[in-house]
Design a protein around this ligand. Sequence first.
Ligand SMILES: [Cu+2]
Length: 291
Amino acid sequence: MKNLSYIALFLFSFIIIGCNNDDNETVTPNNPSYDFEITKVKDETSGLTLKLMASKENLSEGVNNVAFEIEGTSTLTTGGTWQIVPKMTMMMNEMTHKHSTPIRGFEEATESFSGKGQILFVMPTIEMGAWDIEVQYILEETALATWTMPLTVEPVPFLAEDPAYKTVINLPLADSDNKIIMGYNFIDNGNNPAMGSNNYEILAFKRIPSMGHGHLETYVPYTDLTFGVTPHMPSMDHGSPNNVDPVASTDGVYTGVVNFSMLGDWQLKLNVVDNNTVILDEEGVSFYLEF
Ligand SMILES: [Cu+2]
């Protein structure tokens, strides 16, 4: 009898957790699960430990699906906002230089959860450059908790060596000091590419340079782009049928379908147009992956 009630309680808690999860799901089908704990850090002021969860085992160059969550059952005071700032500290010519990287999402936050979001790391950790993320929970202009997490961001190495093959596309925009930054994310299959039809999204940001000393550069969603995407397998010089060009699904996010008709090396050749201005065509850099 005692065992049975435990089982009942166990089942009941599953149902409750299940309902909560459903409430947190957004409209995107097959949302990634955030099964991997990348790191955790304790804030001495609040005594709370924050975990960085991700849909993959490691963080890597390009788009990462992540969420921050307070460990255990303690929570912060309701009504605050999460501020998430990734920073890279680089040594350049014996000078220290800091820059950030694009993030988006983190919308359905609570007093113990940042909401799900995405970080597009523009570069991996390198010998002369280290990443960290500063996360703060702010209520009425006071940080109730601050966590600084050192991170390792893995490179995405390719067997093929071609300077046009990119995981992250970073191009200057004409007539300004701004740049466009783009990364891709597979929506299904644990955010991994698979043989056959893949739902995917391209994240596009406009990078606006730092206003000067002590300020980081900023990133805003790059809206109103038109994409034409042609998959191409360089080693065998063929494409694939039944692709759907990405179209805007939310600010700066363009969702489409790519068909990888076999395993191997694939280029996504890109035509990117902002109104009537061509930003990138198929002769330029392309996304590239090997799987
Ligand atoms: Cu850097």
